[in-house]
Write a protein that binds this ligand. Structure first.
Ligand code: C2E
Ligand code: MG
Ligand code: MG
Ligand code: MG
Length: 281
């Protein structure tokens, strides 16, 4: 009886693993097909300088709309693409499109692109970024790369060299989702980052909760101690915005300020705000 149950459980695990493997293989093929069929698009979420209210640039966020099916959110396919290596092809597409789009935004607006930590394993990231800049004509100073903190680098020395190469191009580097990973703080000193983005999970009870307020104030102070520019993500209320301004947070983004939107909508927003510093959503 017990042995049968054990065997059944084993069969269940084996089936489950096989179906997971099938699912992964299936997704890999669908991602490759999606690249060929041009099913990916980019949305842009505005990023504002909080003290002046100026529209500073946008974060590029990938969207996948398969023909005849429901959209697939990045959280569902980016981790898979990181596992099977397709992330490089996806990122090349994102970099090329984002740089091309941003080259039409006017002299001092930047675009920020999410780069996966696994891409720092290979030194050709510097060349790939240089290529996207060259073919779009976008100055390197108008490109920012966001690297999530969640994963510690497997080969820190290699990652450091890649980052130095990117900085030498003139590109800015930002830590994304700060406060969600297990990385030791030392990496803020080791790696040549320019900025840090507070993960939106810290905005949840902010500013009502005294604890959330202290943590956010602490992260801002920490970033400033390392001479890093700080961006708050996930700003959903006016109270959050006001308090972040008081805490000397430099930049912010979130649904209260603007949702991710198609290129045309973002371009229209740029036009409408180019002579003002109005940021009310
Ligand atoms: P992320 O880089 O931290 O991006 C911020 C996410 O928070 C986006 O979700 C954005 O739509 C969402 N967001 C922005 N403001 C608010 C807000 O006020 N409230 C709430 N609840 N959410 C907000 P999205 O677009 O679904 O992207 C999820 C993650 O997928 C991104 O997190 C990023 O890690 C990854 N991702 C997206 N596009 C790319 C890409 O082109 N390449 C790579 N490697 N990763 C990407
Ligand atoms: Mg990001
Ligand atoms: Mg992220
Ligand atoms: Mg983030």
């Amino acid at each position: 009886e017990a042995r049968a149950a054990g065997r059944n459980r084993w069969v269940w695990y084996a089936n489950n693993m096989a179906s997971q493997r099938d699912h992964k293989r299936d997704m890999a093929q669908r991602i490759e097909q999606a690249l060929r069929d041009d099913e990916f698009t980019l949305h842009y979420q505005p990023r504002y300088q909080l003290q002046s209210g100026r529209l500073a640039g946008a974060e590029a966020l990938i969207r996948w709309q398969p023909a005849g099916g429901p959209p697939i959110p990045p959280d569902r396919f980016i981790p898979l693409a990181e596992e099977n290596g397709l992330i490089v092809a996806i990122s090349d597409w994102v970099l090329a499109r984002a740089c091309r789009d941003a080259s039409g935004w006017g002299a001092d607006r930047y675009v920020s692109v999410n780069i996966s930590p696994v891409e720092f394993r290979t030194t050709d990231l510097v060349e790939r970024v240089a290529r996207a800049l060259a073919s779009s004509g976008l100055p390197a100073t108008r490109l920012e790369l966001e690297i999530t903190e969640n994963v510690t680098f497997e080969h820190p020395q290699q990652a450091l060299e890649v980052m130095q190469g990117l900085r030498a191009l003139g590109v800015r580097l930002t830590v994304d989702d700060f406060g969600t990973g297990y990385a030791a703080l030392g990496y803020l000193k080791t790696f040549p980052f320019n900025g840090l983005k507070i993960d939106r999970s810290w905005m949840k009870d902010f500013p009502e909760s005294q604890q959330a307020e202290s943590v956010v104030a602490g992260i801002i102070a920490l970033a400033h101690a390392f001479a890093l520019t700080i961006t708050a993500e996930g700003i959903e209320t006016e109270a959050q915005l006001d308090q972040l301004k008081r805490l000397s947070c430099e930049e912010g983004q979130g649904y209260f300020l603007g949702r991710p939107m198609p290129l045309l909508a973002f371009a229209a927003l740029l036009d409408s705000t180019s002579h003002t510093t109005l940021i009310r959503a």
